[in-house]
Write a protein that binds this ligand. Structure first.
Ligand SMILES: *Cc1c(COP(=O)(O)O)cnc(C)c1O
Length: 384
């Protein structure tokens, strides 16, 4: 791409209804948000439990700021790893019942770091076709051979693993698929990892806090040192960053080899304080998950009554596949005119021809707001 080609390339994105534009948020997260100066009922955030603007998190940040200030000053290996980070790592490892955990500045950074620290040239990464972009990038950066298997197809994965001559094999999946809301067949994946002596890397960005009493998708899987668990902390946990949990040796290896951990400034300690407050709420307030499940059931039930076919998903991600980019964008715009914010998700985020409205529900919503959403979608669909 040359400097003088940018304008034409952007115009081309416009023609294909693929140009992205940001709206400026003028409020905290919640069921209603202000975007570009207008108030909307929002189904766009991943704040599934309604914790991003919770008073206990805000208090924790205020108090921590008094003792710890704002910046962390350096990477964790230099002087950035504070007592608050240490406490948060122990709390996270305990919460997901694994021996050790390590905090990262983001899920993207965690994915790049872990896959790159465990695999390299001559190794192979087996990745579901619908994995998150950050996992795909992690595979490319690791220089391992990337082998993609059909979505949730254990037989296809089995074939690929059987034929592989790689020294180290790593299976990488989203535990909950970010644009579809469905779940990976974890027990079957764990069995294949065992049979073929492979790592199993689980990206639980959308399951942590929501599934397994908040403990995420690991719950119910046999404990194994070949399973590497990653969850992000900017979604249901309402804070920022991510953590990786696994064996003590794994975490020690990451401290020594994970490039995005070693060569990046530590997360501010106030965020570790917010996270500790968030973990207490995730553990204590199961009503948030119950409320979310009630919203999911309401959306699916009202959808059925109105002939609207949401993808079957028991997670807060409830997509409505439309197909064409133009129609999806126009539906999203018409909902917006009705005061409802639902993002249009288009390629390359999802496969060509599967553009969709991605609804995400939250415990911050009220039942009548879910009803309002379904009525809004039914009205827009009736217009064609
Ligand atoms: C959001 C997301 C990430 C990236 O996490 P960040 O903390 O936002 O960088 C990684 N994987 C999946 C599946 C995600 O949805």
């Amino acid at each position: 791409m040359q400097p003088d080609q940018l304008a034409a390339a952007l115009a081309d994105l416009d023609c294909r209804a693929q140009r992205r534009r940001r709206a400026v948020l003028g409020s905290a997260q919640g069921s209603r948000v202000v975007l570009d100066g207008q108030s909307y009922l929002s189904f766009a955030s991943n704040d599934y439990l309604g914790l991003a603007n919770h008073p206990e998190l805000i208090d924790a940040v205020r108090q921590a700021a008094d003792s710890w200030g704002v910046g962390s000053g350096a990477s964790p290996l230099v002087t950035g790893h504070s007592a608050l980070h240490q406490e948060a790592e122990v709390a996270l490892a305990t919460f997901v019942s694994r021996p050790a955990a390590l905090l990262f500045g983001s899920g993207y950074a965690a994915n790049l770091a872990v896959i790159g620290s465990l695999t390299g040239r001559g190794d192979a990464v087996f990745a579901d076709r619908l994995n998150h972009a950050s996992l795909n990038d992690a595979c490319l950066l690791s220089r391992a051979t990337l082998q993609r298997f059909r979505h949730n197809d254990l037989n296809h994965l089995d074939d690929l693993l059987r034929q592989s001559r790689a020294k180290t094999r790593l299976i990488a999946v989203d535990a909950v698929y970010s644009m579809d809301g469905d779940e990976a067949p974890l027990a079957g994946l764990a069995a294949l990892a065992e049979r073929y002596d492979a790592w199993l890397y689980l990206d639980d960005a959308h399951g942590f806090g929501v599934l397994g009493d908040g403990r995420g998708s690991l719950v119910g899987l046999p404990a194994s040192d070949r399973i590497v668990y990653m969850a992000t902390l900017g979604k249901a946990a309402g804070v920022s960053g991510a953590f990786v949990a696994g064996s003590t040796a794994l975490v020690d290896w990451l401290v020594n080899r994970a490039r995005t951990y070693i060569f990046s400034t530590a997360h501010p300690p106030i965020l570790a304080a917010a996270l500790l407050a968030s973990l207490r709420l995730i553990e204590r307030e199961s009503w948030r998950r119950d409320k979310l499940q009630a919203h999911i059931a309401r959306l699916q039930g009202l959808g059925n009554d109105n002939g609207i076919k949401f993808i079957a998903s028991r997670t807060p991600i409830q997509p409505l596949i439309i197909g064409s980019n133009e129609l999806t964008l126009s539906m999203s715009n018409r909902l917006r005119q009705a005061g409802i914010w639902v993002p249009a998700i288009r390629p390359p985020t999802v496969p060509t021809g599967s553009a969709r409205l991605r609804i995400s529900l939250s415990a911050a919503h009220e039942a009548h707001e879910v009803t309002q959403l379904v009525e809004g979608i039914a009205a827009v669909l009736a217009q064609g």
